[in-house]
Write a protein that binds this ligand. Structure first.
Ligand code: GDP
Length: 366
């Protein structure tokens, strides 16, 4: 296989210890990063790992990824753009041999929160599945708490039927492989993704949410907020990445999510052009878009990194005062969640008080 030949060229034989110049070490900065929940991004070479990382976290447009050089080192990308989203992506070059005995799996998998394995759906995935099985087996032995996430990637331009067929086939084979290895208890999550639409952001949102210990509290706050404000759907967004870190309990449909993502882009772009302030997103940021189907999109800044984007019917926006008041209560509560997070080490336990005004329109059915 060509990738194994390249492997020898770039890394030298595997009999030596894990090469230092692959970015594997313990500088003080790295030691600090390692205290954060860590996401590992793995998969064969050219499966799309670097592209995912660049598109989701570095605003690269999908077309530009065509010119990305293939990954040949572990990229420790410290995603620290939101207080809720603090993690690293370790973009492993596809050719690293994970089952090499010199590979320090305790260190790699030990503090890992989630392992995303990227499989190129447009390619023959036999090899990817073998590597997946080996990686999961190894990782699970070291750290059974890892969440295993499979991104069936590059599904753009594939019909819905073929997508479902690939997912069914990959799911079946991956779980069979693990059962054969005696690991039927491992739970795998599968996501169909592409960098050319919002599916990659949606999938990343789901992965990140599993690593947020405060998620139930955030969801609860969102539920209370929307039910008292006549709002149909609300997303709490990490503005920079457009990952939603929480939403209320009603089901998410992709169209609503995409609308809200687009709204963030519009608000930030306009603000960057016309604002006299240095920051395009600050505590005065808010935006209102009325669609021609009697729906309103409403965006408010929650803190430096987070925005709340709501979808509601136009008639329910008549009592904007109530919505705004409830929003302030919601924002306070989020502030308290943050504070608790900071004080958590001191074992402080406080109740979060939320008192919201009643719905502006009692006849609304959610
Ligand atoms: P890596 O070696 O795993 O880091 O892979 P790269 O990120 O370098 O991607 C390999 C190639 O796949 C690049 O030409 C990307 O443009 C392409 N690619 C990545 N994601 C997608 C996707 O979602 N759809 C399609 N069609 N191509 C993609």
């Amino acid at each position: 296989m060509s990738y194994q030949d390249d492997d020898e060229e770039q890394m030298g034989p595997h009999s030596e210890s894990f090469p230092k110049d692959f970015g594997y070490g313990h500088s003080p900065r790295e030691a600090n990063l390692e205290s954060k929940p860590r996401i590992l991004l793995m998969g064969l070479r050219r499966s799309g790992k670097s592209s995912i990382q660049k598109v989701v976290f570095h605003k690269m447009s999908p077309n530009e990824t065509l010119f990305l050089p293939s990954t040949c080192e572990i990229v420790k990308d410290d995603i620290n753009n939101s207080s809720f989203v603090q993690f690293q992506i370790w973009d492993f070059p596809g050719q690293i041999d994970f089952i090499d005995p010199t590979f320090d799996s305790d260190m790699i998998f030990g503090g890992c929160g989630a392992l995303i394995f990227v499989i190129d759906a447009k390619d023959d995935y036999n090899e990817a599945l073998t590597k997946f099985k080996n990686t999961v087996t190894k990782a699970y032995k070291v750290n059974p708490r890892i969440k295993f996430e499979v991104f069936i990637h590059k599904v753009d331009g594939i019909s819905d039927d073929s997508k479902m067929e690939s997912q069914r086939d990959i799911h079946q084979r991956a779980t069979d492989d693990l059962s054969d290895a005696g690991l039927h208890q491992i739970r795998l999550s599968f996501h169909l993704t592409s960098i050319y639409d919002h599916s990659i952001f949606e999938a990343f949102s789901k992965v990140v949410q599993k690593l947020i210990p405060q998620l139930p509290t955030l969801e609860n706050l969102l539920n209370i907020f929307i039910s008292n404000s006549g709002i149909e759907k609300a997303f709490l967004f990490d503005v920079v990445s457009k990952i939603y870190i929480a939403t209320d309990c009603s089901p998410v449909d992709m169209q609503s999510y995409e609308l809200c993502c687009d709204m963030i882009d519009v608000a930030i772009d306009l603000s960057s052009i016309y604002s006299t302030e240095e920051e395009a997103f600050d505590n005065k940021t808010s935006s209102l878009i009325k669609l021609n189907n009697s729906t309103v999109l409403y965006l408010r800044e929650v803190n430096k990194f987070l925005a709340l984007v709501c979808i509601l019917r136009e008639e329910n926006f008549n009592k904007q005062g109530v919505i705004d008041y409830n929003f302030l209560c919601f924002r306070d509560a989020i502030g308290q969640v943050f504070e608790l997070k900071i004080r958590a080490t001191k074992h402080m336990d406080e109740d979060i008080e939320v008192s919201l005004m009643e719905s502006p329109n009692d006849s609304v059915v959610f």
